[in-house]
Design a protein around this ligand. Structure first.
Ligand code: HEM
Length: 605
């Protein structure tokens, strides 16, 4: 009896569930076509088309009905249910066409209901993706230790973006031990093959830990030297494109502060090839084979060859005494981070110079890919608004009087309220990265929704960054799609100020940002910068343990470059707007559709 119940229960559950979800009705075309085939009436072909058309309509109606009812049914906040399926007409194909055709607009539609961000299951080509965009769920995702390892996405990126050979990728694929010091329970990956942990430990210590300040100081020196070398005088110099200027001057300075001056001295074309690689990334991400587009693969190979040449030279010339007094920099390897990667990554099985060069290409691209366009866009907005430029210059005058700009403590600069707000607003407006998470071992409960074991969860920063119900627009004066330098400033005297819309405050525990003692020293309640409450809505760097390890360095680069240019130069940009293409949607900052011609001169002092 018991065994009969055990057998029948899943069957009846499946049938009633299937009826409820309309699964049975979605496959009526199969018996209909079989009947047509067996009876072969006149006009069978046209009748088959009619059957398929009716079925398409029926499918759409059924999935749309369950999509609406899932959102209209009262769901308890902590129920942990599967997100509803986004309506689609054709089984197997699912939402593939809309997803590929206009990805940004499809994703926005598929993850909102009645103007509120939500979650949905998007199906295509037999696959199912769990798209989460509501801020409560995203904030929960960042806190889940089981979703901390980016290894599943790493495997794809290393293979397709950087061309890591399969035998090396297999080491990453086999590593289920997680990024933490202690392996995940159940994992028996040997310590020397814990590539997730080995990579992250060095990145976190060098970019977020003791290595961050020396690296930032090297950036400050490299940038100011490069700008001096441009020979920009007090007379205007015209240049063809602000983006090119930043890629060259700011990009080289950032690469130099991590990889040292020798890489660029030995390989004068490295930056050109690195940006060539950056332009190829959307093709590589779509796995376009090299025999169809060999030109897409050329800059990547050039970068790898140049990195390998540099390794040989640095090995021949580096000595312990080359390390600078701060214990971090050296002229050959550039930084402790690179020395550690040489030591630790080459010790991992299957890793040789070629494999290391491909992961170092990842580090170089990770450093400049988003930082440089964001720095350029911050500077664009500052110089396009004379009032804003004046405010930044006034703030920098104060800082200059206290410390001098080149000697400024990077952590002190990073606390400047107006510059910080410009930085946060630039990233909000332009960074549209996709994030994927997966839990290989267990289902994950995310409050209202859940993510089953082994399934892929997807979030897009761009969708959340444009959430009209969350971001403060001061009653529509500063729409979410426009740049507003003060969006992230909270004025204690103005209840309408701050990053979060007053109507969104109070909902689901979101409160008005607190000053954390950042008021002006005289005790006047001056506007302060705070990101409090924006955790599930502002995530250009991702979140949780796999959050970008270079984020504080990136902020220093953006703030210092903006401060230096605003203080020492006049820049006139001959274009009033920036138009981004959607070709790179999901891969970080979009690509500008046009050049930004400008002129520059040194300010008279
Ligand atoms: C505005 C600038 C930047 C943005 C928007 C950005 C964004 C990101 C994002 C979204 C990720 C993936 C996080 C995840 O997997 O969840 C990432 C990873 C990474 N970023 Fe950044 N990043 C920036 C600047 C930098 C800088 C300046 C560096 C270093 C010098 C850097 C180094 C890295 C590295 C090494 C990784 C891979 C970390 C890993 O192994 O998981 N990034 N970044």
């Amino acid at each position: 009896m018991a065994s009969k119940t055990l057998l029948l229960k899943p069957l009846t559950m499946y049938t009633s569930q299937s009826l409820k979800n309309g699964v049975i009705f979605r496959h009526l075309w199969i018996p209909a076509l079989v009947c047509l085939y067996l009876t072969k009436p006149n006009g069978a072909l046209s009748a088959s088309w009619v059957v398929l058309l009716i079925q398409t309509f029926l499918n759409y109606a059924i999935t749309a009905r369950s999509w609406h009812s899932a959102h209209n049914d009262k769901v308890q906040a902590d129920q942990g249910q599967l997100p509803p399926q986004y309506p689609s007409a054709i089984p197997y194909l699912g939402n593939a066409v809309s997803f590929a055709w206009n990805n940004p607009s499809f994703l926005s539609k598929a993850t909102s209901y009645n103007g509120t961000l939500t979650a949905s299951r998007i199906s295509f080509l037999g696959f199912e993706i769990f798209a989460f965009q509501d801020r409560q769920t995203i904030a929960k995702i960042w806190k889940q230790s089981t979703l901390s390892s980016p290894i599943s996405i790493y495997v794809y990126v290393l293979k397709y973006f950087f061309g890591l050979p399969d035998d090396v990728v297999s080491i990453y694929r086999a590593d289920n031990s997680g990024p933490f010091h202690k392996s995940y329970g159940g994992s028996n990956v040997p310590a020397g093959e814990r590539i997730d942990h080995i990579t992250h430990r060095d990145l976190l210590q060098s970019l977020g830990g003791p290595g961050r300040l020396p690296t930032t100081r090297r950036y400050i020196n490299a940038l100011s030297t490069r700008l001096e070398q441009q020979g920009i005088s007090e007379d205007w110099t015209e240049m063809a494109d602000l983006s090119e200027f930043f890629r060259d001057i700011v990009g080289s300075s950032l690469i130099e502060c991590v990889f040292g001056p020798t890489l660029l001295r030995l390989n004068p074309n490295f930056m050109k090839d690195l940006w060539g690689f950056d332009a190829s990334v959307p093709w590589l991400a779509r796995a376009v084979p090299s025999f169809l587009m060999p030109s897409v693969y050329k800059p990547r190979q050039n970068c790898v060859d140049q990195l390998k040449r540099w390794y040989e030279y640095a090995r021949d010339h580096f000595e312990e005494s080359s390390i600078s007094a701060d214990g971090d920099g050296d002229p050959f390897w550039g930084s402790k981070l690179i020395r550690r990667r040489q030591e630790h990554l080459l010790a991992v099985p299957k890793h040789d110079d070629d494999a290391l060069a491909r992961t170092d290409l990842g580090l170089a691209w990770g450093a400049v890919g988003n930082t440089i366009p964001c720095t350029m866009l911050s500077v664009f907005h500052i110089f396009k608004d004379p009032q804003l430029l004046l405010r930044v210059r006034t703030d920098m005058e104060r800082l200059r009087r206290d410390d001098g700009l080149l000697e400024v403590d990077p952590d002190k600069l990073n606390k400047e309220p107006l510059l910080s707000s410009i930085y946060a607003e630039t990233l909000r407006l332009y960074v549209k990265t996709y994030f994927m998470v997966s839990s290989p071992q267990a289902d994950v409960h995310l409050g209202k929704w859940s993510l089953p074991r082994g399934r892929i969860g997807l979030m897009n920063a761009g969708v959340s960054h444009m959430d009209k119900t969350f971001w403060n627009s001061q009653s529509g004066q500063h729409p979410v799609g426009s740049f507003w330098a003060d969006r992230f400033l909270t004025d204690p005297r103005d209840p309408q100020s701050g990053p979060i819309a007053p109507e969104a405050l109070g909902s689901s525990g979101v409160t008005r940002p607190k000053s954390h003692g950042l008021e002006a020293p005289q005790g006047t309640p001056a506007p302060f910068f705070s990101m409090d409450g924006t955790e599930g809505s502002w995530f250009p760097y991702g979140g949780g343990h796999s959050i970008c390890p270079g984020r504080v360095l990136a902020k220093s680069v953006i703030l210092f470059t903006s401060a230096l240019l605003a203080s020492n130069y006049d820049i006139e940009i001959f274009s009033d707007k920036v138009e981004m293409s959607t070709w790179r949607f999901g891969l970080g900052v979009g690509e500008l559709k046009h050049a930004l011609p400008f002129r520059i001169r040194r300010r008279q002092t």
